[in-house]
Write a protein that binds this ligand. Structure first.
Ligand code: NDP
Length: 263
């Protein structure tokens, strides 16, 4: 029987590349995004058989919307083998600016509450079946706080801690929790970045490595491995050194600076 994967943020970048790779490897797909028509058109353009995929329109920042999408998947396609909470946004912030508090609230709503709401409909069903994998897409930005990127770094550090809590809660149930921390991946989210992006991966290369990690059921993985080494070094760097290293570096664009996306 074909395996089923539920992916949020499937209309672009990493989510789309993961959908494509999973389809190539025989999985059935449950795909979520707000731009559902674009997502449908993209899947149809690939000539994929209609039995292999479904699209569930949802805004992950709207709890009822994403929970309803999960419940629709359970009713129409059954309990997924894997659920990937991938939808995310990344916008710079300056705490001195009142408007950036709204940016932070939105970031936490999408990246954190949206992740828990993505998993929620599936937890009981996976527990009952005694198997399943819940995948949280974090970021290397979770490792240290980057100046100008407080909302995103806080949200991704939150993803790491949240997924660890969930892993402990589900221990012994047969349900795994996999936390993935991408380094730089070439997607619309990073294309407008104004700074160098070492070890940049194509979305497909990232998806390939992410799928292997998911199938292995690892609890935590930084991709690519070179970035994992950098992450380890950054973690142990004394604060004064870290602050000096980051001082004067170009910052993530804020919402009113034009290029609001970029990691
Ligand atoms: P993209 O901007 O290319 O794609 C983001 C996806 O998230 C889109 O499909 C978008 O779909 C969806 N999305 C955004 N907001 C919502 C929402 N409110 N409700 C539902 N879906 C939403 O980004 P990436 O593919 O690069 O990023 C995917 C994940 O990977 C994010 O969590 C990001 O933080 C993380 N990441 C990415 C890195 C990179 O270098 N690219 C590095 C580290 C982490 P739609 O607009 O149709 O709703």
């Amino acid at each position: 029987m074909a395996r089923l994967i539920f992916i949020t943020g499937a209309s672009s970048g990493i989510g789309q590349a993961l959908a494509e790779r999973c389809h190539a490897e025989g999985w059935h797909l449950a795909l979520v995004a707000r731009r559902a028509d674009d997502l449908r058109a993209w899947a149809q353009a690939r000539g994929w058989s209609a039995e292999r995929w479904r699209v569930y329109p949802a805004d992950v920042a709207d709890i009822d919307s994403i929970v309803a999408a999960g419940q629709a998947c359970l009713a129409q396609q059954g309990v997924p083998d894997v659920v990937v909470a991938n939808a995310g946004i990344s916008v710079g912030m300056d705490t001195a600016e009142r408007s950036d508090l709204d940016v932070m609230a939105r970031t936490l709503a999408v990246n954190n509450v949206g992740m828990a709401a993505t998993f929620q409909p599936f937890v009981a069903a996976m527990r009952q079946r005694g198997s399943g994998t819940l995948v949280g897409i974090a970021s290397v930005a979770a490792i240290r706080g980057l100046p100008g990127h407080g909302a995103y770094c806080a949200s991704k550090a939150g993803v790491v801690a949240y997924c660890e809590s969930l892993r402990g809660e589900l221990r012994g149930s047969g349900v795994r929790v996999v936390t993935l921390l991408p380094g730089y991946v070439d997607t619309p989210l990073t294309r407008k970045n104004r700074y160098p992006m070492p070890f940049l991966l194509s979305a497909d290369r990232f998806a390939q490595r992410a799928l292997r990690a998911i199938e292995q059921g690892v609890s935590y993985r930084v991709i690519p491995w070179q970035m994992a080494l950098v992450a380890k070094l950054l973690r142990v760097l004394p604060n004064a050194w870290f602050d000096r290293l980051l001082s004067g570096r170009p910052r993530k664009a804020r919402a009113d600076q034009g290029s609001a996306t970029g990691s």
